[in-house]
Design a binder for this molecule. Structure first.
Ligand code: F6R
Length: 615
Protein backbone atom coordinates (compact mmCIF):
# COMPACT_ATOMS: atom_id res chain seq x y z
CA UNK A 1 0.00 0.00 0.00
CA UNK A 2 1.36 3.37 -1.08
CA UNK A 3 4.28 3.55 -3.46
CA UNK A 4 7.60 5.34 -3.24
CA UNK A 5 9.99 6.28 -6.04
CA UNK A 6 13.03 8.48 -5.69
CA UNK A 7 15.87 9.20 -8.08
CA UNK A 8 19.17 11.01 -8.27
CA UNK A 9 21.27 11.35 -11.39
CA UNK A 10 21.61 13.52 -14.44
CA UNK A 11 18.17 13.20 -16.04
CA UNK A 12 15.25 15.50 -15.19
CA UNK A 13 13.65 13.88 -12.17
CA UNK A 14 10.00 14.93 -12.51
CA UNK A 15 9.14 12.84 -15.62
CA UNK A 16 11.11 9.87 -14.26
CA UNK A 17 9.22 10.03 -10.97
CA UNK A 18 5.80 10.39 -12.60
CA UNK A 19 6.54 7.43 -14.87
CA UNK A 20 7.64 5.40 -11.83
CA UNK A 21 4.49 6.39 -9.94
CA UNK A 22 2.34 5.26 -12.86
CA UNK A 23 3.92 1.84 -12.58
CA UNK A 24 3.17 1.85 -8.87
CA UNK A 25 -0.33 3.24 -9.03
CA UNK A 26 -1.77 -0.18 -8.11
CA UNK A 27 -0.20 0.35 -4.68
CA UNK A 28 -2.50 3.27 -3.88
CA UNK A 29 -4.40 5.80 -5.87
CA UNK A 30 -5.86 8.29 -3.42
CA UNK A 31 -3.33 11.04 -4.13
CA UNK A 32 0.19 11.57 -5.42
CA UNK A 33 3.04 14.01 -5.05
CA UNK A 34 6.65 14.79 -5.92
CA UNK A 35 9.38 16.83 -4.27
CA UNK A 36 12.51 18.00 -6.09
CA UNK A 37 15.71 19.44 -4.68
CA UNK A 38 17.49 22.11 -6.67
CA UNK A 39 19.72 25.07 -5.81
CA UNK A 40 19.44 24.36 -2.10
CA UNK A 41 15.62 24.42 -2.15
CA UNK A 42 12.89 21.82 -2.13
CA UNK A 43 9.77 22.32 -4.21
CA UNK A 44 6.75 20.05 -4.07
CA UNK A 45 3.65 19.39 -6.18
CA UNK A 46 0.83 17.34 -4.66
CA UNK A 47 -2.64 16.43 -5.83
CA UNK A 48 -5.54 14.36 -4.57
CA UNK A 49 -6.68 11.74 -7.07
CA UNK A 50 -4.84 9.69 -9.64
CA UNK A 51 -1.36 10.20 -11.09
CA UNK A 52 -2.96 11.91 -14.09
CA UNK A 53 -4.05 14.74 -11.80
CA UNK A 54 -0.46 15.16 -10.56
CA UNK A 55 0.87 15.04 -14.14
CA UNK A 56 -1.60 17.78 -15.14
CA UNK A 57 -0.46 19.91 -12.19
CA UNK A 58 3.18 19.43 -13.18
CA UNK A 59 2.35 20.42 -16.75
CA UNK A 60 0.78 23.64 -15.40
CA UNK A 61 3.49 24.32 -12.84
CA UNK A 62 6.61 22.38 -13.81
CA UNK A 63 9.56 21.85 -11.49
CA UNK A 64 13.04 21.00 -12.56
CA UNK A 65 15.95 19.22 -10.96
CA UNK A 66 17.66 15.86 -11.11
CA UNK A 67 17.08 14.81 -7.49
CA UNK A 68 13.62 13.96 -6.25
CA UNK A 69 11.24 11.84 -4.22
CA UNK A 70 7.64 10.88 -4.96
CA UNK A 71 4.70 8.99 -3.55
CA UNK A 72 1.33 7.53 -4.47
CA UNK A 73 -0.94 7.27 -1.45
CA UNK A 74 -3.45 4.85 0.00
CA UNK A 75 -4.92 6.96 2.77
CA UNK A 76 -4.56 5.77 6.36
CA UNK A 77 -4.42 8.93 8.49
CA UNK A 78 -6.46 11.75 7.02
CA UNK A 79 -8.66 11.84 3.93
CA UNK A 80 -7.23 11.95 0.41
CA UNK A 81 -6.69 15.70 0.01
CA UNK A 82 -3.92 17.78 -1.59
CA UNK A 83 -2.63 18.72 1.88
CA UNK A 84 -2.48 15.14 3.12
CA UNK A 85 -0.55 14.02 0.03
CA UNK A 86 3.14 13.32 0.41
CA UNK A 87 5.85 14.67 0.50
CA UNK A 88 5.51 16.25 3.93
CA UNK A 89 7.88 19.00 5.01
CA UNK A 90 9.46 20.03 8.28
CA UNK A 91 8.92 23.53 9.71
CA UNK A 92 11.80 25.03 7.70
CA UNK A 93 10.80 23.42 4.40
CA UNK A 94 14.35 22.07 4.13
CA UNK A 95 13.39 18.46 4.73
CA UNK A 96 10.84 16.51 2.67
CA UNK A 97 9.61 13.01 3.50
CA UNK A 98 7.60 10.39 1.63
CA UNK A 99 6.49 7.46 3.75
CA UNK A 100 4.86 4.05 3.44
CA UNK A 101 3.57 2.50 6.65
CA UNK A 102 2.15 3.97 9.84
CA UNK A 103 3.88 6.00 12.59
CA UNK A 104 1.93 4.63 15.52
CA UNK A 105 2.99 7.22 18.10
CA UNK A 106 2.36 10.15 15.76
CA UNK A 107 -0.27 11.70 18.05
CA UNK A 108 2.16 11.95 20.98
CA UNK A 109 4.90 13.38 18.74
CA UNK A 110 2.44 15.88 17.29
CA UNK A 111 1.30 17.02 20.77
CA UNK A 112 4.88 17.46 21.84
CA UNK A 113 5.87 19.45 18.75
CA UNK A 114 2.72 21.59 18.90
CA UNK A 115 3.59 22.43 22.50
CA UNK A 116 6.93 23.65 21.17
CA UNK A 117 5.17 25.93 18.71
CA UNK A 118 4.96 23.86 15.51
CA UNK A 119 1.81 24.23 13.42
CA UNK A 120 0.83 21.13 11.51
CA UNK A 121 -0.75 21.52 8.09
CA UNK A 122 -1.98 17.97 7.45
CA UNK A 123 -3.76 15.18 9.30
CA UNK A 124 -1.10 12.61 8.53
CA UNK A 125 1.17 10.58 10.76
CA UNK A 126 4.00 11.27 8.29
CA UNK A 127 4.08 15.00 8.99
CA UNK A 128 4.88 14.23 12.64
CA UNK A 129 8.00 12.38 11.50
CA UNK A 130 9.03 15.14 9.06
CA UNK A 131 8.71 17.81 11.72
CA UNK A 132 10.44 15.74 14.38
CA UNK A 133 13.31 15.16 11.99
CA UNK A 134 13.50 18.88 11.30
CA UNK A 135 13.62 19.67 15.03
CA UNK A 136 16.37 17.15 15.72
CA UNK A 137 18.41 18.34 12.73
CA UNK A 138 18.11 21.95 13.92
CA UNK A 139 19.15 20.87 17.43
CA UNK A 140 22.29 19.22 16.00
CA UNK A 141 23.60 22.72 15.27
CA UNK A 142 25.54 21.46 12.26
CA UNK A 143 24.69 21.04 8.59
CA UNK A 144 25.37 18.36 6.06
CA UNK A 145 25.13 14.64 5.63
CA UNK A 146 26.67 13.45 8.90
CA UNK A 147 24.50 15.75 11.01
CA UNK A 148 21.43 14.82 9.00
CA UNK A 149 22.06 11.10 9.35
CA UNK A 150 22.48 11.50 13.08
CA UNK A 151 19.17 13.42 13.28
CA UNK A 152 17.50 10.73 11.19
CA UNK A 153 18.74 8.01 13.50
CA UNK A 154 17.51 9.92 16.53
CA UNK A 155 14.13 10.52 14.93
CA UNK A 156 13.72 6.87 14.00
CA UNK A 157 14.57 5.82 17.52
CA UNK A 158 11.69 8.01 18.73
CA UNK A 159 9.03 6.64 16.39
CA UNK A 160 7.20 3.36 16.65
CA UNK A 161 5.41 1.66 13.81
CA UNK A 162 6.39 0.76 10.28
CA UNK A 163 8.09 2.77 7.61
CA UNK A 164 9.68 2.80 4.22
CA UNK A 165 11.03 6.32 3.74
CA UNK A 166 12.65 8.44 1.07
CA UNK A 167 13.87 11.80 2.30
CA UNK A 168 15.44 14.94 0.87
CA UNK A 169 17.45 17.44 2.87
CA UNK A 170 18.17 20.76 1.19
CA UNK A 171 21.61 20.86 2.84
CA UNK A 172 22.57 17.59 1.17
CA UNK A 173 21.99 18.19 -2.55
CA UNK A 174 23.92 15.09 -3.62
CA UNK A 175 21.95 12.51 -1.70
CA UNK A 176 18.55 10.94 -1.21
CA UNK A 177 18.11 9.18 2.12
CA UNK A 178 16.15 6.00 2.68
CA UNK A 179 15.14 4.02 5.75
CA UNK A 180 13.20 0.84 6.20
CA UNK A 181 11.39 -0.92 9.00
CA UNK A 182 8.47 -3.16 8.15
CA UNK A 183 7.81 -1.66 4.73
CA UNK A 184 9.87 -2.61 1.67
CA UNK A 185 12.55 -0.39 0.17
CA UNK A 186 14.88 -1.18 -2.69
CA UNK A 187 17.90 0.62 -4.09
CA UNK A 188 18.07 0.59 -7.89
CA UNK A 189 21.57 0.79 -9.32
CA UNK A 190 21.72 2.55 -12.67
CA UNK A 191 24.42 4.18 -14.76
CA UNK A 192 25.14 7.60 -13.32
CA UNK A 193 21.83 7.39 -11.54
CA UNK A 194 20.39 5.57 -8.55
CA UNK A 195 16.87 5.02 -7.32
CA UNK A 196 14.95 4.21 -4.19
CA UNK A 197 11.63 2.43 -4.63
CA UNK A 198 9.12 0.45 -2.65
CA UNK A 199 8.72 -1.99 -5.51
CA UNK A 200 11.03 -3.08 -8.34
CA UNK A 201 8.30 -2.44 -10.92
CA UNK A 202 8.77 1.30 -10.44
CA UNK A 203 12.34 1.22 -11.69
CA UNK A 204 12.76 -1.93 -13.75
CA UNK A 205 12.54 0.11 -16.96
CA UNK A 206 15.78 1.84 -15.92
CA UNK A 207 17.72 -0.86 -14.14
CA UNK A 208 17.42 -4.53 -13.20
CA UNK A 209 20.26 -4.33 -10.65
CA UNK A 210 18.76 -3.90 -7.21
CA UNK A 211 19.71 -4.13 -3.56
CA UNK A 212 16.98 -5.06 -1.07
CA UNK A 213 17.28 -3.15 2.19
CA UNK A 214 16.53 -5.01 5.42
CA UNK A 215 14.57 -3.77 8.41
CA UNK A 216 16.76 -1.36 10.35
CA UNK A 217 18.76 -0.31 7.28
CA UNK A 218 19.37 3.27 6.22
CA UNK A 219 20.55 4.17 2.75
CA UNK A 220 22.38 7.15 1.35
CA UNK A 221 21.81 7.09 -2.37
CA UNK A 222 23.90 9.21 -4.69
CA UNK A 223 24.13 9.56 -8.47
CA UNK A 224 27.19 7.30 -8.71
CA UNK A 225 26.90 4.99 -5.73
CA UNK A 226 24.99 4.19 -2.59
CA UNK A 227 25.80 3.31 0.97
CA UNK A 228 23.73 1.09 3.23
CA UNK A 229 24.09 1.59 6.97
CA UNK A 230 22.50 0.12 10.04
CA UNK A 231 20.61 2.27 12.48
CA UNK A 232 23.51 1.90 14.91
CA UNK A 233 26.09 3.21 12.42
CA UNK A 234 27.47 -0.18 11.38
CA UNK A 235 27.76 -0.83 7.69
CA UNK A 236 24.89 -2.96 6.44
CA UNK A 237 25.44 -5.98 4.23
CA UNK A 238 23.23 -5.77 1.18
CA UNK A 239 23.67 -8.05 -1.79
CA UNK A 240 22.98 -6.78 -5.29
CA UNK A 241 20.68 -9.03 -7.30
CA UNK A 242 19.11 -9.02 -10.72
CA UNK A 243 15.36 -8.67 -11.23
CA UNK A 244 13.94 -11.72 -13.07
CA UNK A 245 11.49 -9.83 -15.25
CA UNK A 246 11.76 -6.86 -17.56
CA UNK A 247 9.56 -3.77 -17.78
CA UNK A 248 7.33 -5.32 -20.46
CA UNK A 249 6.18 -8.00 -17.98
CA UNK A 250 4.64 -5.24 -15.90
CA UNK A 251 2.80 -3.67 -18.84
CA UNK A 252 -0.70 -4.32 -20.16
CA UNK A 253 0.32 -5.02 -23.74
CA UNK A 254 -2.78 -5.31 -25.93
CA UNK A 255 -5.13 -6.09 -23.07
CA UNK A 256 -7.56 -3.42 -21.86
CA UNK A 257 -6.81 -4.25 -18.23
CA UNK A 258 -4.01 -5.86 -16.24
CA UNK A 259 -6.56 -8.18 -14.67
CA UNK A 260 -7.57 -9.63 -18.03
CA UNK A 261 -3.95 -9.94 -19.09
CA UNK A 262 -3.16 -11.81 -15.88
CA UNK A 263 -6.16 -14.11 -16.24
CA UNK A 264 -5.01 -15.00 -19.76
CA UNK A 265 -1.42 -15.50 -18.62
CA UNK A 266 -2.38 -18.43 -16.41
CA UNK A 267 -1.52 -21.33 -18.73
CA UNK A 268 1.94 -19.80 -19.02
CA UNK A 269 2.41 -18.92 -15.36
CA UNK A 270 1.22 -22.35 -14.31
CA UNK A 271 3.79 -23.96 -16.60
CA UNK A 272 6.39 -21.71 -14.95
CA UNK A 273 5.28 -22.89 -11.52
CA UNK A 274 5.76 -26.51 -12.63
CA UNK A 275 8.96 -26.08 -14.62
CA UNK A 276 11.76 -28.27 -13.29
CA UNK A 277 9.63 -29.32 -10.34
CA UNK A 278 8.23 -32.63 -11.58
CA UNK A 279 10.12 -35.89 -11.37
CA UNK A 280 8.01 -38.45 -13.28
CA UNK A 281 10.62 -41.15 -12.78
CA UNK A 282 10.20 -41.15 -9.01
CA UNK A 283 6.61 -39.95 -9.30
CA UNK A 284 7.32 -37.00 -7.03
CA UNK A 285 8.16 -33.31 -7.13
CA UNK A 286 11.50 -31.54 -6.85
CA UNK A 287 11.40 -28.73 -4.31
CA UNK A 288 14.96 -27.58 -3.76
CA UNK A 289 14.02 -24.22 -2.22
CA UNK A 290 12.47 -25.77 0.88
CA UNK A 291 15.91 -26.10 2.45
CA UNK A 292 14.70 -29.12 4.40
CA UNK A 293 15.92 -32.66 4.10
CA UNK A 294 13.56 -35.52 3.27
CA UNK A 295 14.07 -36.77 6.83
CA UNK A 296 13.06 -33.41 8.29
CA UNK A 297 10.00 -33.24 6.07
CA UNK A 298 9.04 -36.80 6.94
CA UNK A 299 9.08 -35.71 10.58
CA UNK A 300 6.47 -32.98 10.01
CA UNK A 301 3.39 -33.89 12.02
CA UNK A 302 1.25 -30.86 11.41
CA UNK A 303 1.14 -27.97 8.97
CA UNK A 304 -0.11 -24.56 9.99
CA UNK A 305 -0.60 -21.99 7.24
CA UNK A 306 -1.44 -18.30 7.46
CA UNK A 307 -2.51 -15.98 4.66
CA UNK A 308 -4.97 -13.23 3.76
CA UNK A 309 -7.70 -12.78 1.17
CA UNK A 310 -7.22 -14.69 -2.05
CA UNK A 311 -4.06 -16.28 -0.68
CA UNK A 312 -6.11 -17.60 2.23
CA UNK A 313 -8.51 -19.19 -0.24
CA UNK A 314 -5.55 -20.80 -2.00
CA UNK A 315 -4.39 -22.04 1.41
CA UNK A 316 -7.81 -23.56 2.10
CA UNK A 317 -7.67 -25.54 -1.13
CA UNK A 318 -4.03 -26.39 -0.36
CA UNK A 319 -5.07 -27.65 3.08
CA UNK A 320 -7.48 -30.08 1.42
CA UNK A 321 -4.82 -31.23 -1.07
CA UNK A 322 -2.22 -31.80 1.64
CA UNK A 323 -4.64 -33.72 3.84
CA UNK A 324 -5.85 -35.76 0.87
CA UNK A 325 -2.48 -36.69 -0.60
CA UNK A 326 -0.01 -36.40 2.27
CA UNK A 327 -2.39 -37.29 5.12
CA UNK A 328 -0.79 -34.66 7.34
CA UNK A 329 -3.17 -32.59 9.52
CA UNK A 330 -3.19 -29.12 8.06
CA UNK A 331 -4.95 -25.86 8.84
CA UNK A 332 -4.98 -22.42 7.29
CA UNK A 333 -5.69 -19.39 9.41
CA UNK A 334 -6.37 -15.76 8.59
CA UNK A 335 -3.00 -14.20 9.29
CA UNK A 336 -4.66 -11.22 10.99
CA UNK A 337 -6.32 -13.56 13.50
CA UNK A 338 -3.46 -15.99 13.85
CA UNK A 339 -0.99 -13.33 14.94
CA UNK A 340 -3.10 -12.43 17.99
CA UNK A 341 -4.15 -15.93 18.96
CA UNK A 342 -1.90 -17.97 21.15
CA UNK A 343 -1.73 -21.11 19.06
CA UNK A 344 0.13 -24.06 20.54
CA UNK A 345 2.89 -25.28 18.25
CA UNK A 346 3.89 -28.90 18.47
CA UNK A 347 7.60 -29.53 18.04
CA UNK A 348 7.04 -30.89 14.56
CA UNK A 349 4.74 -28.21 13.20
CA UNK A 350 5.68 -26.70 9.87
CA UNK A 351 4.46 -23.16 9.24
CA UNK A 352 3.68 -21.88 5.74
CA UNK A 353 3.12 -18.21 4.90
CA UNK A 354 1.22 -17.92 1.63
CA UNK A 355 1.44 -14.57 -0.09
CA UNK A 356 1.69 -13.10 -3.55
CA UNK A 357 3.44 -9.89 -2.56
CA UNK A 358 5.48 -11.27 0.31
CA UNK A 359 4.80 -7.97 2.09
CA UNK A 360 1.33 -8.37 3.63
CA UNK A 361 1.77 -6.99 7.14
CA UNK A 362 -0.46 -9.54 8.88
CA UNK A 363 1.13 -12.52 7.12
CA UNK A 364 4.60 -11.23 7.95
CA UNK A 365 3.61 -10.79 11.60
CA UNK A 366 2.11 -14.31 11.67
CA UNK A 367 5.36 -15.71 10.27
CA UNK A 368 7.36 -13.90 12.94
CA UNK A 369 5.04 -15.23 15.63
CA UNK A 370 5.50 -18.77 14.31
CA UNK A 371 9.29 -18.31 14.32
CA UNK A 372 9.18 -16.97 17.86
CA UNK A 373 7.38 -20.14 18.89
CA UNK A 374 10.15 -22.19 17.33
CA UNK A 375 8.31 -23.48 14.26
CA UNK A 376 10.10 -24.26 11.03
CA UNK A 377 8.87 -21.57 8.64
CA UNK A 378 8.49 -21.60 4.84
CA UNK A 379 7.12 -19.01 2.43
CA UNK A 380 5.07 -19.52 -0.70
CA UNK A 381 5.65 -16.18 -2.40
CA UNK A 382 5.58 -14.61 -5.79
CA UNK A 383 7.72 -11.52 -5.30
CA UNK A 384 11.39 -12.41 -5.23
CA UNK A 385 13.35 -10.73 -2.46
CA UNK A 386 10.17 -9.73 -0.59
CA UNK A 387 10.20 -9.54 3.19
CA UNK A 388 8.46 -12.88 3.69
CA UNK A 389 10.64 -14.62 1.11
CA UNK A 390 13.69 -13.38 2.98
CA UNK A 391 12.50 -14.03 6.51
CA UNK A 392 11.28 -17.55 5.82
CA UNK A 393 13.88 -20.28 6.05
CA UNK A 394 13.01 -21.46 2.54
CA UNK A 395 9.99 -22.05 0.40
CA UNK A 396 8.63 -21.98 -3.08
CA UNK A 397 8.54 -19.07 -5.49
CA UNK A 398 5.53 -18.94 -7.79
CA UNK A 399 7.40 -17.54 -10.82
CA UNK A 400 4.13 -15.95 -11.95
CA UNK A 401 5.70 -12.61 -12.93
CA UNK A 402 4.46 -9.27 -11.63
CA UNK A 403 0.79 -9.20 -10.65
CA UNK A 404 -0.38 -5.63 -11.15
CA UNK A 405 -4.19 -6.00 -11.20
CA UNK A 406 -5.33 -5.24 -7.67
CA UNK A 407 -7.58 -8.31 -7.76
CA UNK A 408 -5.33 -11.34 -7.49
CA UNK A 409 -5.83 -13.95 -10.22
CA UNK A 410 -2.77 -15.75 -11.54
CA UNK A 411 -1.19 -15.85 -8.08
CA UNK A 412 -4.09 -17.98 -6.78
CA UNK A 413 -3.62 -20.60 -9.49
CA UNK A 414 0.12 -20.74 -8.89
CA UNK A 415 -0.26 -20.86 -5.11
CA UNK A 416 -2.58 -23.85 -5.35
CA UNK A 417 -0.17 -25.47 -7.80
CA UNK A 418 2.74 -24.91 -5.40
CA UNK A 419 0.72 -26.43 -2.56
CA UNK A 420 -0.20 -29.39 -4.79
CA UNK A 421 3.51 -29.92 -5.48
CA UNK A 422 4.16 -29.87 -1.75
CA UNK A 423 1.29 -32.32 -1.15
CA UNK A 424 2.78 -34.63 -3.78
CA UNK A 425 6.25 -34.45 -2.26
CA UNK A 426 5.05 -35.01 1.30
CA UNK A 427 2.67 -37.72 0.13
CA UNK A 428 5.49 -39.61 -1.55
CA UNK A 429 7.49 -39.43 1.69
CA UNK A 430 4.62 -41.16 3.43
CA UNK A 431 2.06 -43.51 2.00
CA UNK A 432 1.29 -42.18 -1.53
CA UNK A 433 2.03 -44.89 -4.09
CA UNK A 434 4.14 -44.34 -7.19
CA UNK A 435 1.01 -44.89 -9.29
CA UNK A 436 -0.93 -42.24 -7.42
CA UNK A 437 2.05 -39.88 -7.58
CA UNK A 438 2.37 -40.40 -11.34
CA UNK A 439 -1.37 -39.74 -11.76
CA UNK A 440 -1.07 -36.48 -9.83
CA UNK A 441 1.84 -35.43 -12.06
CA UNK A 442 -0.24 -36.11 -15.17
CA UNK A 443 -3.13 -34.14 -13.68
CA UNK A 444 -0.83 -31.19 -13.05
CA UNK A 445 0.64 -31.35 -16.53
CA UNK A 446 -2.85 -31.30 -18.04
CA UNK A 447 -3.88 -28.15 -16.22
CA UNK A 448 -2.36 -25.46 -18.48
CA UNK A 449 -4.09 -26.87 -21.57
CA UNK A 450 -7.38 -27.19 -19.69
CA UNK A 451 -7.13 -23.58 -18.52
CA UNK A 452 -6.69 -22.59 -22.18
CA UNK A 453 -10.02 -24.29 -22.87
CA UNK A 454 -11.70 -22.28 -20.13
CA UNK A 455 -10.20 -19.06 -21.46
CA UNK A 456 -11.70 -19.87 -24.85
CA UNK A 457 -15.12 -19.51 -23.15
CA UNK A 458 -14.50 -15.85 -22.34
CA UNK A 459 -17.13 -14.51 -24.74
CA UNK A 460 -19.78 -16.91 -23.48
CA UNK A 461 -18.96 -15.95 -19.89
CA UNK A 462 -19.14 -12.29 -20.86
CA UNK A 463 -22.68 -12.74 -22.15
CA UNK A 464 -23.70 -14.46 -18.91
CA UNK A 465 -22.07 -11.76 -16.79
CA UNK A 466 -23.89 -9.07 -18.77
CA UNK A 467 -27.19 -10.83 -18.28
CA UNK A 468 -26.77 -10.93 -14.50
CA UNK A 469 -24.93 -7.63 -13.98
CA UNK A 470 -28.01 -5.99 -12.45
CA UNK A 471 -28.13 -8.40 -9.49
CA UNK A 472 -27.82 -6.74 -6.11
CA UNK A 473 -26.39 -9.87 -4.56
CA UNK A 474 -24.98 -13.19 -5.80
CA UNK A 475 -24.38 -16.42 -3.89
CA UNK A 476 -21.46 -18.71 -4.75
CA UNK A 477 -21.92 -22.28 -3.60
CA UNK A 478 -19.70 -25.34 -3.79
CA UNK A 479 -18.76 -28.39 -1.77
CA UNK A 480 -15.48 -29.98 -0.72
CA UNK A 481 -12.66 -28.90 -3.09
CA UNK A 482 -15.06 -26.40 -4.67
CA UNK A 483 -15.84 -24.62 -1.43
CA UNK A 484 -12.63 -22.50 -1.43
CA UNK A 485 -13.40 -21.49 -5.01
CA UNK A 486 -16.93 -20.46 -4.01
CA UNK A 487 -15.30 -18.10 -1.50
CA UNK A 488 -12.80 -16.85 -4.07
CA UNK A 489 -15.45 -16.38 -6.78
CA UNK A 490 -17.51 -14.26 -4.38
CA UNK A 491 -14.48 -12.20 -3.34
CA UNK A 492 -13.53 -11.53 -6.96
CA UNK A 493 -17.03 -10.39 -7.88
CA UNK A 494 -17.52 -8.11 -4.89
CA UNK A 495 -14.12 -6.46 -4.97
CA UNK A 496 -14.19 -5.35 -8.59
CA UNK A 497 -17.91 -5.05 -9.45
CA UNK A 498 -19.16 -3.92 -5.99
CA UNK A 499 -22.03 -6.40 -6.30
CA UNK A 500 -22.56 -7.98 -2.93
CA UNK A 501 -21.56 -11.64 -3.04
CA UNK A 502 -21.25 -14.45 -0.53
CA UNK A 503 -19.42 -17.72 -0.85
CA UNK A 504 -20.71 -20.65 1.16
CA UNK A 505 -20.42 -24.41 1.40
CA UNK A 506 -23.44 -25.43 -0.68
CA UNK A 507 -24.99 -27.64 1.99
CA UNK A 508 -24.40 -25.18 4.80
CA UNK A 509 -26.59 -22.51 3.25
CA UNK A 510 -29.71 -24.27 4.55
CA UNK A 511 -28.56 -23.13 7.97
CA UNK A 512 -29.16 -19.47 7.23
CA UNK A 513 -28.17 -17.91 3.92
CA UNK A 514 -30.96 -19.66 2.02
CA UNK A 515 -33.14 -16.89 3.41
CA UNK A 516 -31.45 -14.62 0.84
CA UNK A 517 -32.67 -16.68 -2.11
CA UNK A 518 -35.38 -15.15 -4.27
CA UNK A 519 -35.99 -14.66 -7.99
CA UNK A 520 -33.63 -11.65 -8.10
CA UNK A 521 -30.68 -13.32 -6.35
CA UNK A 522 -28.64 -15.58 -8.62
CA UNK A 523 -26.67 -18.49 -7.18
CA UNK A 524 -23.49 -19.64 -8.89
CA UNK A 525 -23.21 -23.38 -8.29
CA UNK A 526 -19.85 -25.08 -8.67
CA UNK A 527 -20.97 -28.51 -9.72
CA UNK A 528 -18.43 -30.37 -11.85
CA UNK A 529 -19.02 -34.12 -12.23
CA UNK A 530 -17.11 -35.05 -9.10
CA UNK A 531 -17.67 -37.17 -6.04
CA UNK A 532 -20.04 -34.55 -4.63
CA UNK A 533 -22.05 -34.02 -7.81
CA UNK A 534 -25.34 -35.60 -6.68
CA UNK A 535 -25.15 -33.93 -3.30
CA UNK A 536 -24.46 -30.53 -4.84
CA UNK A 537 -27.38 -31.02 -7.20
CA UNK A 538 -29.65 -31.54 -4.23
CA UNK A 539 -28.58 -28.14 -2.91
CA UNK A 540 -29.12 -26.64 -6.34
CA UNK A 541 -32.69 -27.99 -6.36
CA UNK A 542 -33.29 -26.37 -2.98
CA UNK A 543 -32.41 -23.02 -4.51
CA UNK A 544 -34.52 -23.64 -7.61
CA UNK A 545 -37.48 -24.60 -5.44
CA UNK A 546 -37.30 -21.06 -4.05
CA UNK A 547 -37.17 -19.53 -7.53
CA UNK A 548 -33.50 -18.62 -7.27
CA UNK A 549 -31.86 -18.28 -10.70
CA UNK A 550 -28.88 -20.65 -11.10
CA UNK A 551 -25.62 -20.21 -12.98
CA UNK A 552 -23.87 -23.57 -13.07
CA UNK A 553 -20.16 -24.11 -13.57
CA UNK A 554 -20.28 -27.69 -14.79
CA UNK A 555 -18.32 -30.31 -16.66
CA UNK A 556 -18.67 -29.89 -20.42
CA UNK A 557 -21.21 -32.24 -21.91
CA UNK A 558 -23.29 -32.38 -18.71
CA UNK A 559 -26.79 -32.52 -20.20
CA UNK A 560 -28.55 -32.92 -16.88
CA UNK A 561 -27.39 -29.57 -15.59
CA UNK A 562 -28.53 -27.74 -18.71
CA UNK A 563 -32.16 -28.29 -17.64
CA UNK A 564 -31.59 -27.07 -14.14
CA UNK A 565 -29.76 -23.79 -14.70
CA UNK A 566 -30.49 -20.44 -16.32
CA UNK A 567 -26.92 -20.40 -17.60
CA UNK A 568 -24.09 -22.92 -17.76
CA UNK A 569 -20.36 -22.27 -17.89
CA UNK A 570 -18.70 -25.47 -19.11
CA UNK A 571 -15.24 -26.50 -17.88
CA UNK A 572 -13.19 -29.48 -19.12
CA UNK A 573 -13.48 -32.79 -17.28
CA UNK A 574 -10.78 -32.91 -14.60
CA UNK A 575 -10.11 -34.84 -11.40
CA UNK A 576 -12.08 -33.73 -8.34
CA UNK A 577 -9.08 -32.00 -6.75
CA UNK A 578 -8.13 -29.85 -9.76
CA UNK A 579 -11.51 -29.06 -11.37
CA UNK A 580 -11.89 -26.13 -8.90
CA UNK A 581 -8.83 -24.47 -10.44
CA UNK A 582 -10.59 -24.51 -13.80
CA UNK A 583 -13.85 -23.31 -12.29
CA UNK A 584 -11.93 -20.51 -10.62
CA UNK A 585 -10.59 -19.22 -13.95
CA UNK A 586 -14.20 -19.17 -15.22
CA UNK A 587 -15.25 -17.17 -12.15
CA UNK A 588 -12.37 -14.73 -12.60
CA UNK A 589 -13.71 -14.06 -16.10
CA UNK A 590 -17.27 -13.79 -14.75
CA UNK A 591 -16.22 -11.15 -12.22
CA UNK A 592 -14.12 -9.31 -14.78
CA UNK A 593 -16.87 -9.12 -17.39
CA UNK A 594 -19.50 -8.13 -14.80
CA UNK A 595 -17.28 -5.30 -13.59
CA UNK A 596 -16.56 -4.08 -17.12
CA UNK A 597 -20.28 -4.23 -17.96
CA UNK A 598 -20.94 -2.02 -14.92
CA UNK A 599 -18.24 0.43 -15.98
CA UNK A 600 -16.02 -0.21 -12.94
CA UNK A 601 -12.34 0.65 -12.77
CA UNK A 602 -11.29 -3.01 -12.84
CA UNK A 603 -7.58 -2.61 -12.10
CA UNK A 604 -8.10 -0.03 -9.36
CA UNK A 605 -11.24 -0.92 -7.43
CA UNK A 606 -12.39 1.65 -4.90
CA UNK A 607 -10.89 1.65 -1.41
CA UNK A 608 -8.38 -1.08 -2.28
CA UNK A 609 -4.69 -1.21 -3.12
CA UNK A 610 -2.28 -3.98 -3.91
CA UNK A 611 -0.16 -5.36 -1.09
CA UNK A 612 -1.61 -4.55 2.30
CA UNK A 613 1.41 -3.38 4.27
CA UNK A 614 -0.60 -1.95 7.16
CA UNK A 615 -2.33 -3.93 9.85
C1 F6R B 1 -7.95 -10.18 -3.58
C2 F6R B 1 -6.59 -9.85 -3.18
C3 F6R B 1 -6.28 -9.83 -1.73
C4 F6R B 1 -4.90 -10.47 -1.49
C5 F6R B 1 -4.51 -10.31 -0.01
C6 F6R B 1 -3.22 -11.01 0.30
O1 F6R B 1 -8.09 -10.20 -4.96
O2 F6R B 1 -5.76 -9.55 -3.99
O3 F6R B 1 -7.27 -10.45 -0.98
O4 F6R B 1 -4.96 -11.80 -1.84
O5 F6R B 1 -4.40 -8.95 0.29
O6 F6R B 1 -2.16 -10.50 -0.44
P1 F6R B 1 -0.81 -11.28 -0.57
O7 F6R B 1 -1.08 -12.53 -1.32
O8 F6R B 1 0.08 -10.35 -1.34
O9 F6R B 1 -0.33 -11.55 0.80
Amino acid sequence: MCGIVACIGTRPAAPLLVEGLRRLEYRGYDSAGVGLLRDGKIETRKRAGRIDALAALLAERPISGTVGISHTRWATHGPPTDMNSHPHLDATGKIAVVHNGVIENHAAIRRDLEARGETFVSDTDTEALARLLGQLYAEAGAHGEAAFLEALRRALRRVSGAYGLAILCADCPDAVFGARKGSPLIVGIGREEHFLASDVNAIVAHTREVAYLADGDLAVVRAHDFEALRMDDREATVAVSRVEHDAAAAEKGDFPHFMLKEIFEQPHTLRNALRGRLNPEDATSVLGGLNMTAAELRGVERIQMAACGTSWHAGLLGEMLIEEFARIPCEVDYASEFRYRNPPFGRNTLFLAITQSGETADTLAALREAKRKGARVLGICNVVGSSIAREAGGGLYLHAGPEIGVASTKAFTSQVTALALLALYLGRLHHLSALEGARLIRDLENLPGQIEEVLAQSERIRAIAQRFRGAASVLFLGRRFNYPVALEGALKLKEISYIHAEGYPAAEMKHGPIALVDERTPSVFLCPRDGMYEKTLNNLEEVRARRGPVIAVATEGDREIAHKAEAVIPIPAAPDHFAPLLANVALQLFAYHAAVALGRDVDKPRNLAKSVTVE
